[in-house]
Design a protein around this ligand. Structure first.
Ligand code: NDP
Length: 327
């Protein structure tokens, strides 16, 4: 038995998450068993724990798409007992039991060794959100956006993906403008490296097909009208990396920015990201992320607080990244 959060669903008691003693039989097949040190709370974990989104597809389920921990048992030649490993994505916390428990059993193909540049705690301060922010930055680079091209917009800047994206871009020499619905977090977003912070309300009305050109690149975590407005404001041949749906799954836009301004919309998925790109993104995080900024944008809670903080996260009350101390 080990301690963790368990999500159960049945006709009598409905959908529920609770901190429990969990039987090892709940774990699924995998060739590496891990003693979890830290997990995190991402937006998707908030949806899973509260049941507000159809994230969990098998029950009972341990949520937690991210984890870092020590290998306790291994049938894989790639990982030895005692080694520290990091996991993000791959449907863990959705269809395969995840990191918000003292023990996890995962497939070795999903793991990456802890990058030397990071402590286990720092790796989780990054987690899926930070990893996704790095994938977004790499997409802008792949499509040729350089610091000389102009300003880069980051939406949801007080959140997890947004905060890491602002920090990374600023460190790489880009001029970054954040968008936030929380004016009280403007100084925090500027301290991460943004030169200016715009009001979220300026982006939530239905978008015009084309608006005044401003952004050379953009990272959007919000979707819906916000993504449509961002696309309409891109400079000629600008690039938008779209990774989120915090404002909605829809995309009420026209093709005008794409066919009149040659704008590129780059979709970002962290879950099934192939291993070579995964390793490359962690190497880039090790090189390009300022560890002092990482400390500023993360807070830490215990496993016992994870259920209530998950609800806060979905209500947009949480700043930056949330580390969960599982040990
Ligand atoms: P957070 O909750 O930490 O951040 C989301 C931020 O979005 C909030 O802090 C808030 O920023 C803003 N926001 C929230 N609700 C709204 C709204 N209704 N309208 C406009 N802005 C809003 O979540 P994460 O950073 O963990 O994730 C962000 C998004 O990215 C989520 O949709 C998540 O599912 C997605 N994601 C996708 C991944 C992928 O692989 N594609 C991987 C990781 C995340 P502020 O207060 O500053 O306005």
């Amino acid at each position: 038995m080990f301690k963790g959060i368990l999500i159960e669903k049945d006709d009598d008691a409905g959908y529920r998450a609770a901190l429990k003693e969990i039987d090892e039989a709940v774990l699924h097949d995998g060739d590496v068993t891990i003693r979890v040190a830290y997990s995190t709370l991402n937006y998707k974990d908030g949806l899973a724990i509260t049941g507000k989104g159809p994230v969990v597809r098998r029950f009972p389920m341990i949520p937690g798409i991210d984890l870092v921990g020590t290998v306790e048992q291994s049938d894989s030649p790639d990982y030895q007992v005692g080694e520290t490993v990091v996991h993000t994505g791959w449907g863990v916390g959705e269809v395969h039991p995840g990191g918000l428990a003292e023990k996890a059993r995962l497939k070795s193909d999903w793991l990456v060794p802890l990058p030397e540049a990071f402590t286990p705690r720092q790796a989780m301060a990054i987690g899926t959100a930070g990893f996704t922010a790095m994938l977004c930055v790499m997409a802008l680079e792949r499509h040729g956006v350089t610091p000389d091209d102009g300003e880069i917009l980051v939406t949801g800047a007080a959140g997890g993906v947004g905060g890491v994206a602002v920090s990374l871009l600023a460190r790489l020499g880009y001029t970054v403008v954040g968008v936030s619905g929380r004016p009280e977090e403007s100084d925090y977003i500027k301290s991460l490296g943004a030169s200016e912070v715009l009001d979220r309300a300026d982006f939530t009305s239905p978008a015009k097909p084309i608006a005044r050109e401003r952004w050379a690149g953009a990272i959007d975590v919000v979707g819906s009208h916000t993504l449509a407005n961002v696309c309409s404001m891109m400079k000629y041949r600008g690039v938008v990396a779209a990774c989120g749906l915090a404002g909605g799954m829809d995309f009420p836009a026209t093709v005008a920015p794409f066919i009149l301004r040659g704008v590129t919309l780059a979709g970002i998925d962290s879950v099934m990201c192939p291993r070579p790109e995964r390793l490359a993104a962690w190497q880039r995080l090790a090189r390009d992320l300022d560890a002092s900024k990482l400390e500023m944008l993360s807070s830490e809670i215990d496993l016992s607080e994870a259920i209530s903080v998950a609800a806060d996260l979905l209500e947009g009350k949480v700043r930056g990244r949330v580390l969960v101390d599982v040990s």
